[in-house]
Write a protein that binds this ligand. Structure first.
Ligand code: GLY
Length: 379
């Protein structure tokens, strides 16, 4: 990946700033896993809705270690990862991929320690227990009849564990969930609904729905980013072409609808004439997730033209997100890294704030772009 000198410098500065922000959060509130800021401050007693983001805080520490090679970051990352270990048995959330793919997986890849492998395998098996045979999907945390698009970011954990253990039943579950998602809440134009609702008696799909988007039939931006990235990860672990096709369909919608400033509104169907928070609110976190996902997809697509378009869009989004309007490095007192994210508009949680996954995926995208350039230069 070819970066300009300006990009190289700005991306390095942004990662260094991110490291300083995370270190300051650790100092201020040791062993605390922030989720979203309130007026720019992490520590508060606000509602969580669900506890799903610990892996992004610890995961940033693994990314800083990968980027700098500094063993102090590895020690910090190990400590924070260990605090999440008990979640391998957590049957209350559908988010074990978010937690373990960003913590125990990089830790295991670094060390090869079989005890870490055991934790990953257990987490994958726990997640698979959410599978509804009637309907062929992993249920969301809200109800047995509910499937969320976000689960596409978590189901790759099951596919990974299936590959590692040779467990065909886990592979069956991971593929079935992905194909049910494709057939029910990914639309022909590549946009996605947040949620699918099923009849528990028959397993029949009933309707599309939403919690965090504008409407059942709208394209909630972060959900689309989860889908793009998640189907691309499923392709990575299974090699199944029909899963790559979905990620590329999501990408086509993303590229066709992204605003000219390269940062999405929180919902692609948001009515920009409506007042805050329903109108022209950006969700920088959706941009960060999609930028990182498009970089993965650029490596996977069979089309050189699309690979070029994915890379160019990913870098344009990163450029926008490291500008002072979005990166908090010129906003004194702000404790997050990436500003102007959204957690939950309808509940008015973390609207126009930093959100932990926005910070994580921005750092992941930047570290990946810088590493890819270094690798290209050394071959
Ligand atoms: N719960 C996943 C999200 O807010 O995107």
């Amino acid at each position: 990946m070819q970066l300009t000198e300006t990009q190289r410098q700005r991306y390095w500065q942004a990662v260094e700033f991110a490291g300083r922000q995370v270190a300051a959060t650790i100092d201020r509130t040791p062993d605390y896993f922030p989720i979203y800021t309130s007026a720019g401050k992490w520590f508060h007693q606000g509602e969580l809705w669900t506890d799903w983001t610990g892996g992004f805080f610890a995961g940033q520490m693994w990314l800083f270690h990968r980027h700098t090679g500094d063993p102090a970051w590895a020690r910090q990352a190990e400590h924070y990862s260990r605090l999440l270990e008990h979640r391998q048995h957590d049957r209350n959330v559908h988010d074990l991929g978010f937690i373990f793919l960003n913590t125990y997986l990089p830790w295991y890849e670094l060390t090869g320690d079989p005890r870490l492998h055991d934790v990953i395998v257990q987490a994958g098996r726990t997640l698979a227990m959410r599978f509804q045979e009637r309907g062929q999907y992993l249920r969301s945390f809200v109800a047995p009849e509910s499937l969320f698009i976000d689960i596409m970011m978590n189901v790759p954990l099951i596919a990974l564990v299936a590959r590692e253990t040779g467990d065909d039943n886990l592979l069956r579950i991971a593929l079935a969930h992905s194909l049910t998602t494709r057939d029910t809440i990914v639309r022909a134009d590549g946009s996605t609904a947040h949620e699918g609702i099923f009849d528990l008696e028959t397993g029949r799909f009933l309707r599309q729905s939403t919690h965090q988007g504008l409407a059942a039939e709208s394209a909630w931006a972060r959900g689309l980013a989860w889908s793009l990235y998640g189907f691309s990860s499923m392709y990575r672990y299974t090699g199944r072409a029909e899963l790559l096709e979905v990620a590329e369909r999501n990408a086509a919608y993303w590229l066709a609808h992204l605003p000219a400033d390269h940062v999405p509104y929180w919902d692609f169907d948001a009515d920009l004439s409506r007042p805050h928070p329903w109108g022209p609110q950006k969700d920088s976190s959706a941009g960060a997730i999609a930028a990182s996902g498009l970089m993965n997809l650029a490596q996977q697509t069979a089309s050189p033209e699309r690979a070029q378009a994915y890379r160019a869009t990913a870098l344009a989004m990163l450029d926008a997100l490291v500008a002072p309007e979005y990166l908090a490095d010129q906003t004194p007192g702000w404790e997050g890294i990436l500003m102007h994210g959204v957690y939950h508009t309808a509940k008015n949680l973390g609207v126009d704030e930093s959100v932990m996954w926005g910070d994580f995926f921005l750092v992941e995208g930047l570290v990946k772009a810088l590493a890819a350039e270094r690798e290209a230069a050394s071959t």
